[in-house]
Design a protein around this ligand. Structure first.
Ligand code: S3P
Length: 424
């Protein structure tokens, strides 16, 4: 799908982002593992969460949505061996979480996905699962397809080389079915949705600094509400911040601190963002009010990267519009996301006529630069499509987004919402 996004004067109005994608995956997977029913309101309906639902159904789980509520019921006699490979589509979270789930199942299953997913590194989840006793085989280069044959698992201590919530979650899922305690130690805190959700499902989670651990434990079904996805609101927040005079409200947005690095960075750049109506809970949420204005450059530190990981393409766009030199380093992980997001950031800005310098682990952008508009290849990466759209609103001329349909991987209604909120 090719779409032309024209420049906007302002972004004005109220947005309610869809349910958080990360939380939605976890609710489905934990619900599949629990005994009894799980009922969740506001689950995301995006492509990635559909991938998780499709794979779980192939394992015998019943998942039904009506009236905004999703009911998850595991099969009475445990997960069943799937008839064919489990297709995780574009979703790294699906593949890595399911690897952890299958690590304790007494059958063989193959996890695979689209060309982008089959290029991403999987040894980081395979190796620790093997140490717990599962048999995990990968294709050459440590990529999917992944063949998992579960076993009797033993708890272990895992020290992760990179902060990854997907890997951490996979190991905790395996740990819930293992003998003894399973500890995961991260180099920096990644998103902690799993740790927050597990107690609702009856599991005790111990957290000490950068270590999180669980013991083997049967889960029970839970009832919960999924907050709105901050990462879906982020492209709108970024565009509103860049367009002076804009007034945007984003309601029901998840405000988990491990996800808000981008908010903190934006504020440092001078963006005016207020949090109103904050509500505490398993996952805190609230309303954000954004006003457009002039931005200044900032330096993003390596330790800020995990909490802003999905918003760093937007940072490149903001950097082009901000006064001074914006620097990002310590973000090598961006190279192995749905696309190489350092290369994608460079291609995006250059396609719109702006300059950027790249490094193996980050980029540097001097601003303010004019964005001319042009033709951007979305590279099959939903976050490229959404960042390019935010940039296009601030450009001088129209921008053609090639392959913009991939935005549906996390936000099916993204372009409809963009049309609704943009004032020309
Ligand atoms: C996710 C974790 C992040 C993030 C991804 C979703 C999750 O990946 O980039 O979009 O739901 O656990 P890593 O933490 O593995 O880097």
């Amino acid at each position: 799908m090719n779409l032309v996004v024209r420049p906007a004067r302002l972004l004005v109005g109220t947005l309610r982002p869809p349910g958080d994608k990360s939380v939605s995956h976890r609710v489905l997977v934990l619900g599949a593992l629990a005994s009894g029913r799980t009922l969740a309101a506001g689950l995301s309906d995006c492509g990635d969460v559909r991938s998780t639902a499709r794979c779980l159904r192939a394992l015998g789980v019943s998942i039904r949505t009506s009236g905004g509520k999703t009911l998850v019921e595991p099969p009475a006699r445990g997960l069943r061996r799937p008839r064919g490979p489990l297709d995780c589509g574009n979703s790294g979270t699906t593949l890595r979480l399911l690897a952890g789930l299958l690590a304790a199942e007494p059958f063989d299953a193959v996890l695979t996905g689209d060309a982008s997913l089959r290029r991403r590194p999987m040894e980081r989840v395979a190796a620790p699962l093997r140490r717990m006793g599962a048999s995990v085989r990968l294709a050459s280069g440590g990529r999917a397809p992944m063949r998992v044959r579960g076993g009797l698992l033993k708890g272990a201590v895992h020290r992760l080389e990179v902060a990854s919530a997907q890997v951490k979650t996979a190991l905790l899922l395996a740990g819930l079915r293992a003998q003894g305690r399973t500890r995961v130690v991260e180099p920096a805190p990644s998103r902690d949705h799993t740790e927050r959700l597990l107690p609702l499902f009856g599991a005790a989670v111990r957290r000490r600094g950068l270590e999180v651990s669980v013991r083997g434990r049967a889960l029970r079904g839970a009832r919960l509400r999924v907050p709105g996805d901050f990462s879906c609101a982020a492209p709108f927040i970024a565009a509103a911040a860049m367009l002076p005079g804009s007034r945007l409200r984003a309601e029901g947005v998840g405000l988990n601190p491990t996800r808000l690095g981008f908010l903190r960075i934006l504020r440092r750049m001078g963006a005016r963002i207020r949090v109103v109506r904050r509500r505490a809970g398993t996952e805190p949420e609230g309303t954000l009010e954004v006003r457009g204005g002039n931005l200044r450059a900032t330096t993003v530190l390596a330790r800020e990267v995990p909490s802003a990981i999905d918003e760093l393409l937007l940072l490149a766009v903001l950097a082009a519009r901000a006064r001074g030199v914006t620097r990002l380093r310590g973000a090598r992980e961006l190279r192995v996301k749905e696309s190489d997001r350092i290369a994608s950031a460079a291609a995006l800005l250059r396609a719109l006529g702006a300059e950027i310098r790249t490094f193996p682990d980050g980029f540097e952008v001097r601003g303010p630069q004019r964005l001319r508009g042009g033709r951007v290849d979305c590279r099959g990466d939903h976050r490229v499509a959404m960042a390019a759209a935010a940039a296009a609103l601030c450009a001088d001329g129209p921008t053609a987004l090639c392959g913009s349909g991939c935005a549906a991987v996390s936000y099916p209604a993204f372009f409809r919402e963009l049309r609704r909120l943009a004032r020309r």
